[in-house]
Design a protein around this ligand. Sequence first.
Ligand code: HEC
Ligand code: HEC
Length: 305
Amino acid sequence: MSDFVNNFWSVYVAGITVVGIIACLVLLIITARKKVVADGDNTTGHVWDEDLRELNNPMPRWWVWMFVITVVFGLLYLLAYPGLGSYAGKMQWSQVGAYQAEVEKANAELEPLYARFTAMSSEDMSKDSQAMAVGERLFMNNCAQCHGSDARGSKGFPNLTDGDWLHGGAPANIKQTITEGRVAMMPPQAEVVGTPDDVRNLAHYVMSLSGSPHDSLKAALGKSKFTACAACHGTDAKGNTMLGAPNLTDDIWLHGWGEQAIVDIITHGKLNEMPAQNKKLTPAQIDVLTAYVWGLSNSKPGATN
Ligand code: HEC
Ligand code: HEC
């Protein structure tokens, strides 16, 4: 309700609720007034299937009381809980509050478990089968939607199992990536490089760096243009983890392979973001995930213990 600019809809919904309850009460009073008719046969006069008649008795007492109790319960409920438009209710209950209370309770229950994990180094944790089971669960719930359930990523989302790191693969780097997120930015380079032909030649030079199939004549022509790229990707094109600039010599392609894919990146640049997780996960959870991700390319999870 707080999403609306004024409280018209709040009043409208509350009004319908209140009118509905009053209508129920009126109906109850009208029908409760009916008395058993002493004279006559007390039927409605309708006859079905030759001899089926409908009696016109008042409602049984217990039924009336059930009705009254339901209405009273409804009123008390609306007083205690949010139900009448944007009125928050006397108990100050909210879905967000209930969720946060549950999360806090779960975190408090899990604290002793995590305390054991966070006392370990990432290397040791990655060999602890219990820690890795927790890490896998956390990964499935928080990371798999982007990096894949096998952590092998997809176009634009890095493979976390291949030992190739944009931002560094030491536990401290991984922890920082998860905690604060990463923004990798390559500005469009076409103007610096020159004509569309220059860009295409440079793309062939880039492909030659990893021994990928390429046109060696074009690559030779494009080679000198790589100076525009060296600032970030390094003069040896092996990348720079400080900037998140990938190694271009390893035949691992985050954004697709081939002349067209590379021409597109040089022409349009690239902005890629790993969202920070520190609002969503506790520091202890991030420690376990760090060990889990580190272990994917450095040790076999669950090998010992
Ligand atoms: C919304 C999608 C998304 C989610 C969710 C996400 N990531 Fe990422 N992650 C990315 C992208 C995109 C990158 C690449 C950023 C770049 O290009 O520099 C990345 C990069 C990384 C890297 C750095 C890889 C490298 O080569 O240096 C790590 C480690 C990582 N993610 C771990 C995680 C973990 C652990 C989680 C779960 C807590 C997670 N990510 C959740 C999108 C996501
Ligand atoms: C300002 C720094 C910067 C400069 C200059 C730069 N790049 Fe990049 N480049 C990056 C970053 C950062 C990424 C990674 C984007 C990401 O993580 O998604 C990237 C990604 C790429 C990729 C994609 C690699 C893959 O695995 O898919 C290619 C290819 C590439 N750059 C080529 C070049 C070429 C060629 C030049 C020179 C014309 C160049 N870059 C200049 C920073 C730069």
